[in-house]
Design a binder for this molecule. Structure first.
Ligand SMILES: [Zn+2]
Length: 405
């Protein structure tokens, strides 16, 4: 019998899969990712890429198995690609990737024209769904805004594009207005999907779940969810959206994006897999390699303790950590190899004999009990002097010296 909470790859609590705990969840029959690193993600402070770099990232994302790539903010392309020579959207489309390429347009026809000319598969039609911003940005009455939105979605459809009504600030909108807006747009039949955006990252798991269900009921269309991380809830909100029937989840590599960033691809996908047994269909084992390449290409440096792909999340230093590695065959909730990582041990003043033994095994060395004691004493001394962890070279040097005696 398969136990969903304890497989070869992960070992979480049975409570995660308890029927009562899961009451009320509604998972869509098919679910996929819209990877928006090349559109929203590059809004990350300090990240600026060229067309060539965008192409490399797009190829990596495609090889990772994401089902859709969103690239380029057409209304303000130059703010994300300040020195572009060829249109980055066209360049990405020309790669002929497996993942269809979508892009972000607004209410201006020319953005839709560009999307179609560049050969995009689909267009998000961005419109603010919040009264305050409608007045401030468009200077239009609500009815007029809805009319203009429908017109541009219809126009995009006529250009052969798939369409999604991209409701910016949906989580700060007024429910009655949102209902009217969604119902009017979906009744025309021009929109293929509706995107619920938590643009400012103020949504909570409860409000996101409620909104996804409501918009789904009002529209009868597939629902996308786009979450930001201002409250540190982007992953939780994306996961709850998936459990509330959303079909398409917007994410970025490492959660890059403006301010506190977007929902992180690696966090959302591993949470669904390990926490709920939902495989979103990416090649998990390529996550580390893909995120490392993204950092090399862009110069962006992720927090080393970033879940899943952080450089130090499977690195143990304390006596307890080392013991856990040495004594228990499965010391973490999922096996690091499923995301391209491995267990490692750091040598420092906090080390123990367990750490030394583990590290020796890792570098293919053996030592006697007394050598291990001596190595440990020198490791601790060096760690205290440095006030930080030892480099691989420092540890290997100590081993060499002790074994020479
Ligand atoms: Zn966004």
């Amino acid at each position: 019998m398969t136990i969903p909470w304890k497989t070869e790859e992960w070992w979480v609590g049975s409570i995660n899969y308890n029927e009562k705990a899961l009451e009320g969840i509604e998972v869509a029959k098919s679910m996929c990712i819209n990877e928006t690193t090349l559109r929203d993600g590059i809004g990350q402070v300090g990240v600026s890429i060229t067309e060539e770099e965008a192409k490399k990232i797009a190829i990596d994302l495609d090889q990772l198995g994401v089902q859709q790539i969103e690239a380029c903010y057409l209304p303000r392309l130059e703010t994300y690609f300040p020195n572009y020579k060829r249109h980055p959207l066209r360049e990405i489309v020309k790669l002929g990737l497996k993942a269809p390429i979508w892009t972000l347009c607004n209410l201006e026809r020319k953005t839709v024209d560009t999307a179609a000319e560049c050969g995009a598969k689909g267009a998000y039609i961005e419109v603010y769904g919040m009264k305050y911003k409608i007045e401030a940005i468009y200077g239009l009455a609500e009815e007029k805004l809805i009319e203009a939105t429908i017109k541009n979605i219809e126009y995009a459809k006529r250009q052969g594009l798939m369409t999604s009504l991209f409701l910016a600030e949906a989580t700060r909108s007024e429910l009655e207005f949102l209902e009217k807006f969604v119902k009017m747009v979906s009744s025309t039949g021009y929109a293929d999907r509706i995107t619920v955006c938590d643009t400012m990252g103020c949504g909570t798991p409860h409000s996101i779940s409620y909104l996804v269900r409501k918009v789904k009921a009002w529209s009868g269309l597939p629902i996308e969810v786009h979450c930001h991380n201002d409250l540190g809830l982007a992953t939780a909100n994306s996961v709850i959206a998936a459990l509330s029937g959303a079909e398409i989840i917007h994410v970025t590599l490492l959660g890059v994006g403006e301010r506190a960033g977007n929902a992180a691809l690696e966090e959302v996908s591993i949470s669904l897999l390990v926490g709920y047994g939902i495989d979103i269909g990416i090649h998990f084992e390529k996550l580390l390699e893909t995120s490392n390449r993204f950092q090399e290409i862009t110069g962006f440096q992720a927090f080393p303790f970033k879940p899943v792909v952080g450089g130090k999340v499977f690195l143990r230093e304390s006596v307890l950590g080392a013991e856990s590695l040495a004594k228990f065959p499965r010391p973490t909730v999922y096996e690091p190899n499923i995301v391209g990582q491995r267990h490692r041990i750091a040598m420092s003043a906090k080390s123990s004999e367990f750490s030394v033994e583990y590290k020796l095994k890792e570098i293919g060395q053996t030592a006697t009990k007394s050598e291990i004691k001596e190595i440990l004493a020198r490791v601790i001394e060096c760690g205290k002097k440095k006030g930080s962890i030892l480099t691989e070279g420092e540890f290997e040097g100590i081993v060499k010296e002790v074994k020479k005696r």
